[in-house]
Design a protein around this ligand. Sequence first.
Ligand code: ZN
Ligand code: ZN
Length: 760
Amino acid sequence: MPGLRPARRAVRITVGGVVQGVGFRPFLWRLAERFGYKGWVKNIGSGVKIHLEAEKNTDFGSFLRALEEDKPPLARIERLELRPAAYRGCADFAIKKSEEGESFVFISPDIATCQPCRQEIADPSERRHRYAFTNCTDCGPRYTIVRSLPYDRPKTTMAGFKMCPDCRREYEDPRDRRYHAQPIACPVCGPHVWLQEARSGREIRGGIDMAAGLIRAGKILAVKGLGGFHLVCDPRRPGAVRRLRAIKERQRKPLALMARDIAMIERYATVKPAERRELLSASRPIVLLQKKKDLPGTAPYLDEVGFMLPYTPLHHLLLEKLGLIVATSSNPKDAPIAKEESEGIGGLCDFILTHNRPIQTRADDSVLKLAGDGPLFLRRARGYVPYPQRVPQQLAVPEHIIALGGELKDTVSVYKNGYVITSQFLGDLDEYRNFRYFEETIAHLERLFDVRPRVVVSDLHPHFRTTRYAAKLGLPHFQVQHHHAHVLAVLLEHQVPVERKVLGIALDGYGYGQDGGAWGGEFLLCDYSSSTRIAQFKPVPLPGGDRAAREPWRMALAYLREAYGEKVPALSSLNKISKKHRDLILKMIASGVNSPLTSSCGRLFDAVSCLVGLAPEEVEFEAEAPMRLEAASRPDVRIPYPYELLTDSDPWQLSFAATIREIVRDVSRKRAPERIGAAFHYTLALAIAEVCERVRQVHGVSTIALVGGVFLNKVLLNMTLGTLHRKRFEVLRPRRYSPNDESISVGQIAYALARLKDRP
Ligand SMILES: [Zn+2]
Ligand SMILES: [Zn+2]
């Protein structure tokens, strides 16, 4: 009988996800007010708990819809549970104190300064006019300042700044847009910026304005940002750019630029709508854009240049004066980005623009570009870390897991309660200082997310420092083959079910193979716990081992020998290398001395880049030769070269000997590199598609995963996607992680989960 039902209702709602430190509780307060509901909300370990009371008969449906639809921009709801509760007759809707909890709390990445905060900084009547640490509930530092959870001010690097009465009032008022903004600050009570001479450390008057003047005058400055220091100079002064390169010991590696606004970027590069969206997103990544007008020395030999927009008030204030700066991470070669002056910053620049808000966690700028079908990450760090990745329900296990990744471009991942958290990009761990960064990051992630690993996962490579580190932990230790891990990262990201088989196409420079060989052009039929190599690029010698990866002409000779036997043709592009040196390497190849075999796709790119005359004699950074080939290739040319798929061996082999012979013919005919490059890319796309077709016929598998650093090549990726889609394959590729080795630790977690699930 409806008339007898009490016209009062109460529910208890638990919300999990990224809901702390993102303005979720004040949002709920306002929402409750809008609906006229009473009760309370509080942070609990795993999210927020809400008690809701209505003095009428309701199922709270519209409240829940509004909760999902109007939630704060940074919030991510991963789960929501609702159960009936006893009506208590609450007098209002209260925001209660945090409860320290056992389980998994997520935290937001650092978020670029929001529009209302920017307006305040620009407004002379505001008390935060030109204040470099202005932030609010919707913006500001998060991951880089938090020391432990729950996310409250005393547990951040803002702990040492006591709020003034004005800030305190804003902080405590649920109607204020700074309600519980933990890094809240103002000129009276917060951190401050100053300028100092690099070597003497002597403070110089004039702050940000003076810094801008010095940059304009050609000086090099270190500027403290969110996750570390940038080295900054004026890109329109070639002398300053040259000096900056000399300091970084990088002659050609692309330098990122920071521009005041989109209009400034458009003077130098083309900005498509999707690229504009990424540039303006709250994560503020560096976006690689097509060059329009070259800024000499910033990205030599390449057709793309990386731009980002200001993401802290300090950047906005600095760029207001300058319009455009080079902003590259302040690390000496092969060391992590510096976060403190004491890490040798003084030796890298003329002046330092710094401040006294400590950086807890280093994080480089993230880098992405837009492929035909969405974002393609080159580096995932500031602005994206530590967003969690959910694992398929079938794979969830109770144990905590830690995965250590590979060695180059490393990340580490931790697993707990159904989620994976992956660290920021850590760099190459064969460098001592980067290895310290690796250890520092593991300790931080374990503390922050209260992870107590019961299982460790590493690469198969017996000599990686990460493998040895894993072995010493005294935990059950799984090892995963490099390219299998690449594929698994994508399966996890796309929530592929456990029973599904996929064909993983893993193309990169190097990974330690199941047989100990140097793999890098692999077609793996796999699921989470197993992997079978169906096909590979036909192996060729790596004359001189590691040196062949640095000197592309060695690979050109290896491929010429493969294509022509002993009668290697003379090519003008190889004339830079003395005949004596070439003959020596050819002899090495013929005798097999110090020439292990490799199926690496990266090395094939090196060879072709050299044959068409684009590769440097010695590369300065990974993939330099392939990047030049990609930059030169016209993606609209669709004339393939011949290649061969040999299916009488196990695994099948893709041979590019015929491709090389055609390329040599075209080079001798003086055909333009842009046509040769495009034809080569297209040939690869067709070869990949043919293997996929055969695998579909033989094994009935029609889901393809495209992984490995080679798929950072937009020309190849777009051609391959186009070809596979026309043939009606389902194609998976990483969208939230980089296809390069940064994703290895993610795949390693997936493998460990599958193995733990397989336990009898
Ligand atoms: Zn804001
Ligand atoms: Zn204040």
